[in-house]
Design a protein around this ligand. Structure first.
Ligand SMILES: Cc1cc2nc3c(=O)[nH]c(=O)nc-3n(C[C@H](O)[C@H](O)[C@H](O)COP(=O)(O)OP(=O)(O)OC[C@H]3O[C@@H](n4cnc5c(N)ncnc54)[C@H](O)[C@@H]3O)c2cc1C
Length: 466
């Protein structure tokens, strides 16, 4: 603990050395009935929401609040449905630290365990990442309202602000905010997805999505089928094997597993910082290629499953049909038919703003890539076409210009920003450049909106020098 308090002292010193300009500057606003209006309301207290709030505090933007439906310090997948042992990202990838060495996970870890321990750690355990985020929230005193679910976001012309309806502990709340940031996670622009042909054919006791709570102990002695070859599919296959599943077959479409990770290619300044500055055609071709190259399990995740003799890879085997057999299921693939006792669906999430309850009243106003860009023949991609067509600062844009001008005050910091802005929300690798980009967009928007107020404050400025 001594190491940690010394680090916190050093961090406080960093902040005091770097505090210029010191003045809180955003013009406070009250509602018509005298309630304070937040300057920025962030939905989601994961790494993204926390880093944004920390960045805003550094830019002296006050009245920032974070709402999260999960219990405190349990945001995101790390302590719930993530079933890997460690982060997939290499440990040297910095993210929420805002460029402050004493705010990095390495500094925090070494302060407690010594540099030797950090050197000998290959990848960061997911619980360690969650603990770092909890410390980050505490040491920066970020205002997180946990166990608070945002139900609806609407624009109130009367208040010239967003009305954010939430529920916490069964009590309804209405928050007013000038700017709202959706930092709602990797699936925040859509939803976790079970293909319809599976959902329609199987009773719920025969399958689960990798996002779901799964009773792995009940899979002991069972024949388990996993659909998908991404990291989560392999993680769940391993947990089923480690709980004694009789066999686990992992089915995937390609003839062989992807071995090259385009995310590692993407980790350079040019792409991380400037993908968002490219033309529509260039942005589409880069992201279309990343998607085409596919996702894969990290080496340790792959090895974790393959060390089990009861594990079988099923390449070239997309599920063409599934059938319930009561307490078992039959799966038909181009390479044969399999009888299984349980299916784990590792098909990830889809991008579809209409599936977000909190956007239920407003998503129809939002421009999508399908509204703005037509890819060359052969380069089409249904999910990318549903990505929101965001502005350079992560702000939503109008499908029909003039119909919802307030959309420019609503920001998307989820994985749904991939096509518009590259690795922004919901990826540690993208945070170094995406957090400052979004912070700059927010401070610019607040300054611009109140420019007359600021000009008046200049005209009336009377602080005498002597
Ligand atoms: C299993 C898994 C493993 C991953 N591993 C890595 C990795 O190793 N490296 C990497 O860079 N990325 C990884 N990612 C991707 C990404 O970094 C994580 O998803 C990360 O959690 C994203 O952080 P975030 O702050 O954007 O969202 P999250 O951490 O998901 O936080 C968003 C929060 O918003 C809350 N929320 C959503 N909607 C509402 C609402 N309406 N009201 C209130 N709260 C709401 C959610 O409950 C959640 O707590 C992984 C993703 C998954 C799913």
């Amino acid at each position: 603990m001594d190491g940690l308090s010394a680090l916190e002292d050093a961090l406080r010193r960093d902040f005091s050395l770097l505090q210029f300009p010191t003045r809180s500057w955003v013009k406070p606003r009250e509602s018509r009935d005298g309630r304070p209006i937040s300057n920025v309301l962030i939905v989601g207290a994961g790494q993204g929401g926390l880093a944004l709030a920390a960045g805003l505090a550094r830019e002296k933007v006050d009245r920032v609040v974070i709402l999260d439906q999960n219990p405190l310090d349990h945001a995101g997948p790390w302590l719930t449905f993530a079933r890997m042992h460690t982060l997939r990202t290499p440990k040297h990838v910095t993210g929420p630290d805002l460029g402050l060495p004493n705010l990095t996970i390495q500094a925090w870890y070494e302060a407690q365990h010594g540099s030797g321990a950090w050197q000998s750690m290959e990848l960061i355990p997911k619980e360690t990442w969650a603990a770092y985020l909890a410390w980050y929230r505490q040491v920066l005193e970020l205002d997180v309202r946990a166990e608070t679910r945002v139900l609806k976001i609407n624009w109130s012309a009367g208040e010239n602000a967003f009305e954010v309806v939430a529920r916490s502990g069964g009590v309804m709340q209405t928050h007013l905010a000038r700017r709202v940031v959706l930092s709602t996670g990797i699936e925040g622009s859509g939803s976790w997805h079970v293909p319809g042909f599976i959902r329609d054919a199987l009773p719920s006791h025969l399958y689960a999505h990798t996002r779901d709570d799964i009773d792995f102990a009940a899979l002991a002695g069972k024949r388990v089928g996993v659909l998908g070859a991404g990291a989560s599919a392999f993680d769940n296959a391993s947990v089923a094997l480690e709980h004694g599943a009789a066999e686990v077959r992992l089915f995937f479409r390609r003839d062989e597993l992807v071995k090259v990770n385009p995310y590692r290619w993407a980790e350079f300044v040019g792409f991380l910082k400037h993908h968002g500055d490219l033309s529509d055609a260039d942005r589409w071709r880069f992201v279309r290629q990343i998607i085409r190259m596919g996702q894969l399990p990290p080496a340790d995740t792959y090895a974790r499953a393959c060390r089990h003799e009861r594990f079988h890879l099923q390449p070239g085997s997309p599920w063409q049909q599934v059938e319930s057999l009561g307490n078992a299921l039959r799966v038909e693939t181009p390479r044969g038919t399999f009888e299984l006792d349980f299916a784990i669906v590792g098909t990830g999430f889809i991008t579809d703003l209409s599936t977000r309850p909190e956007l239920g009243d407003i998503y129809q106003h939002m421009a999508l890539w399908a509204d703005r860009y037509t890819p060359p023949p052969g380069e089409e991609h249904a999910d990318l076409a549903r990505h929101p067509y965001l502005g350079a600062g992560f702000e939503f844009t109008e499908k029909n210009p003039g119909s919802a001008p307030w959309l420019r005050y609503l920001y998307n910091y989820t994985f749904g920003c991939l096509l518009s802005l590259g690795f922004g929300g919901a990826s540690i690798s993208g945070m170094k450049y995406s957090v400052p980009r979004l912070i700059a967009a927010l401070t610019r928007s607040l300054f611009e909106e109140d420019k007359d107020h600021f000009f008046a404050s200049l005209v009336n400025f009377e602080q005498r020098e002597f």
